[in-house]
Design a binder for this molecule. Sequence first.
Ligand code: PRP
Length: 211
Amino acid sequence: MEYLTFALGKGRLANKAMEMLAQVGVTCEEMKDKDSRKLIFVNEEMKLRFFLSKGPDVPTYVEYGAADIGVVGKDTIMEEGRKLYEVLDLGFGKCRMCVCGPKEAGAYLQHKDLIRVATKYPNIARDYFFNKKHQTVEIIKLNGSIELAPIVGLSDVIVDIVETGSTLRENGLEVLEEVCPLSARMIVNQVSMKMEHKRIMDLINALKEVI
Ligand code: PRP
């Protein structure tokens, strides 16, 4: 039997994913050692391998077949636009992709003004403004703390993830428009889906039972 390899986005999503996988009997003892510097963890009995990577790299590993299966946020799947199968909404990590800004910026959206949009997700922002809203905007790519941009005058609005809404509230910003809902998804390499069809489908069906 070949190894089935899982790529998990580092952080909260990976922990949640491992909890959910444990519920269907997919476990990895090696991974529980938090002090370990190992990058790849193996369950020899079940012929499974697991590794953690930066979220945006998960779809890359899965598209190229370095991982058969990945767990990553819908935001990352949309932004990366890789060739892969998105097979399951895992139901955790729920949040929303939104256009946010100071209340006054709502008018710029209504009037379709040429505004500046700061975001960690330029592809999602471009698709939303250009293809859905038909509003020409200037997109500015940032790498984090996106809420800063409208506060210091770098942009008029932002496109970013909103979970509890507290970052917005504490910085005098609000949701102006919702782009789409988000949650953690399971993705599968297109060749693996054929070659390991039964193992992968059994896993998907078992997960569907616990979601
Ligand atoms: C995310 C997101 C928002 C915040 C939303 O940032 O970009 O800033 O969480 O959460 P809330 O609605 O519950 O306040 P993250 O913590 O991932 O860090 P980042 O600023 O580096 O993107």
